[in-house]
Design a protein around this ligand. Structure first.
Ligand code: ADP
Length: 634
């Protein structure tokens, strides 16, 4: 079982998307590390600032210790280092209710970490929390995995934090190790190389990521493979390939077709290699490690399938996306063999260009593609605005058919699906996506407003990575968290691209001039709300019973929003809301229900009666204003 149901907001969705894309970026090697000399004092300060408040709120001791023999600075990527420390510390705080959380920084000459040649700096995060069973030590580092999968879960989270931390640790040339005893607590230690004598201490992937790509042409020609020179009827780019080039290899015995493909590759800024036989293909792939391969299944000297299998089993070539071109309808077979796209011959120019682009999309420029499936246009637009950034390209579609179509056109790094689609039940759409080439293994997030039955949850869990059930109050948080998200995006940009983004100084949309109707039998409450709202230059109308409120609403033009108390004598708030909704001109009027206290089921009853939103009494004015902003500025 994979998925988690998270009751959360748009912000949780964004965090999840962020994590998924971050992970896929690191895994695909399109991320870079940015090494600087960072003072240990600065590392410590930042951690302290982030967690002091959390420690106080949870009444836990938070102890940071630095050994005295630490040098002044560490050569590292400060953002990535903080990401790891914050992940480990957030977990420590999350899984601890009593006692303490500590961070201990020390240097070690002897550490037993195979990947680090010289001395290491150890960052140990220790907690006195619930602990982790021994047999879960490995599992928790897997994406979407948590120690207590399958049991009912008290803690939020998506299971990506440690997976990302582990990848980053490797990028930085280090490693994370866990020790724990159930019921007693856990220690996660991140070992970071103290010195970086250029190559020796840094993992190979970090080197590649840091740009030292001359490593790329690594493999000598294997002895067994035939020399391809006699076949060279096409002048390809093998003599001109430089370390930074993006390279496509074309395995194709049809010379004319191979030329067409070579042209397409060059048009798109790729260098092309042409192999006219399987043997040549294998040799070239190992020698040049191209970024992508197109493979014709019908080759003269060998079966294309076995070549595909060779590519996929050889560690040197297994990660290269392969696009299969075949005369027969053998899509599923291509898939099973690990191909990423498939095209049937004879092909039209247009189809070819299209799949070709999608294949090259696999190589890409490091930006990530998100497919968003949501039928409600307002929600869709809000989400696009929220998510889309320089690094994330959003493709938005409004029904299942378009979603499936989009998957045939392009590769995606993440898919977000709303369940209530007009043309197909959500789980059916996901099942169908799973049967497409590019949907087979993409992380899919279900984002739904509906509470799910246990059975639905289970069903969705099997086919998607995470399920987020939108909170009724999501729009309010969405607003706050948009700022949070923008800040996050900002902080990841290289400094010259950053514009200072200050949440406090960015003007909030004005509420002035809006007309609000309050229906509440408690005059004191009306008075309190009225003064607060009039302070924002909002015009306030009020009524002390349901019927009076309905009459007033029908008499008064242009009421923008109604706040309706639920607990009223005679006609209660539910009934009042139902009657207002039944009147066509008010079908879309935003209505916020005021409930006595947040009781289980309250929210559902309010929404079922037709409220757009609810807020519990006593009303928190800031929260109300945030809600009004959301509903009045749609
Ligand atoms: P998330 O916290 O979002 O679930 P992580 O990848 O950060 O994802 O952690 C995976 C799992 O590892 C957690 O769900 C939890 O079961 C376990 N875990 C991580 N850190 C701790 C800790 N300090 N104490 C107990 N369990 C932990």
């Amino acid at each position: 079982e994979f998925a988690r149901t998270i009751h959360g907001s748009g912000a949780d969705l964004l965090r999840l998307i962020n994590d998924i894309l971050d992970l896929s970026k690191i895994e695909s090697g399109t991320t870079s590390i940015d090494l600087q000399e960072v003072p240990f004092a600065q590392i410590q300060d930042e951690v302290e600032r982030t967690f002091d408040q959390i420690a106080q709120d949870k009444q836990l001791d938070f102890i940071i210790r630095c050994d005295e023999d630490l040098p002044g600075t560490l050569l590292t990527d400060p953002t990535r280092l903080q990401q790891i420390l914050k992940n480990l510390l957030s977990n420590a705080f999350k899984f601890t209710t009593e006692g303490s959380v500590g961070l201990h920084i020390k240097t070690l000459r002897e550490h037993g970490v195979a990947g680090i040649a010289g001395p290491a700096v150890a960052f140990s995060v220790t907690d006195t929390g619930i602990g982790i069973p021994h047999d879960k030590f490995n599992v928790i580092f897997e994406a979407f995995q948590q120690a207590d999968m399958g049991t009912s879960r008290k803690f939020g989270g998506t299971g990506l934090g440690l997976a990302i931390s582990r990848e980053i640790a490797a990028l930085l040339g280090g490693e994370i190790v866990v020790e724990s005893a159930v019921g007693r607590g856990s220690t996660f230690t991140f070992y970071h190389p103290l010195e970086r004598n250029v190559l020796g201490t840094v993992g190979a992937r970090a080197v590649a990521a840091a740009g030292a790509v001359e490593e790329r042409i690594v493999r000598p020609l294997p002895r067994t493979v035939a020399d391809d020179r006699p076949h060279r009827e096409i002048e390809d780019d093998r003599e001109r390939i430089e370390a930074t080039d993006r390279v496509l290899m074309i395995v194709e015995d049809d010379v004319v077709f191979a030329r067409i493909l070579l042209g397409l590759a060059r048009d798109r800024g790729f260098k092309g290699l042409v192999a006219l036989s399987a043997a040549a293909g294998l040799a070239l792939a190992r020698r040049f490690r191209p970024d992508a391969i197109t493979l014709d299944i019908g080759l003269p000297d060998a079966d294309g399938w076995s070549l595909l299998q060779e590519f996929k089993t050889d560690p040197a070539t297994t990660d290269i996306p392969v696009h299969v071109i075949s005369g027969a309808e053998q899509w599923q077979r291509a898939l099973d063999f690990g191909a990423v796209t498939h095209l049937k011959k004879p092909v039209t120019e247009e189809a070819l260009t299209q799949t070709f682009d999608s294949l090259l999309g696999f190589v890409g420029d490091g930006s990530k593609n998100l497919l968003l499936v949501e039928d409600d246009i307002t929600q869709l637009n809000a989400m696009i605005r929220l998510i889309e950034s320089g690094e994330i390209a959003v493709t938005a579609v409004r029904n299942a058919a378009e979603a499936l179509e989009a998957l045939t056109q392009q590769r995606f790094d993440c898919v977000v699906v709303d369940l209530g689609l007009p043309d197909l039940p959500g789980h059916e759409l996901i099942a169908q996506m799973r049967r497409t080439v590019s949907g087979a293994s993409v992380p899919i997030i279900v984002y739904t407003a509906r509470d799910l039955t246990r059975q639905e949850e289970r069903q969705l869990a099997e086919i998607s990575e995470a399920v987020i059930v939108k909170d009724a109050l999501a729009p309010e948080r969405l607003l706050d968290e948009t700022r949070f998200f923008l800040n996050q995006v900002e902080s990841k940009l290289p400094s010259h691209k950053r514009t200072p983004f200050d949440a406090a100084s960015s003007p909030s949309p004005s509420l002035a001039g809006n007309r609000v109707l309050i229906i509440d039998d408690d005059a004191r409450n009306i008075f309190a709300l009225r003064s607060a709202l009039e302070g924002c230059a909002i015009e306030v109308l009020s009524a002390e019973s349901g019927q009076e409120g309905i009459d007033l609403l029908e008499r008064t033009p242009n009421v923008d929003i109604a706040l309706i108390d639920i607990m009223m004598p005679e006609m209660d708030g539910y009934e009042t809301i139902r009657r207002i909704r039944a009147n066509p001109p008010f079908a879309d009027l935003p209505i916020i229900a005021l409930t006595a206290k947040a009781m289980r089921g309250d929210r559902e009853s309010c929404i079922a009666a037709g409220a757009s939103e609810y807020i519990s009494k006593p009303v928190d004015i800031d929260r109300l204003i945030a809600l009004l902003r959301v509903w009045l500025n749609r």
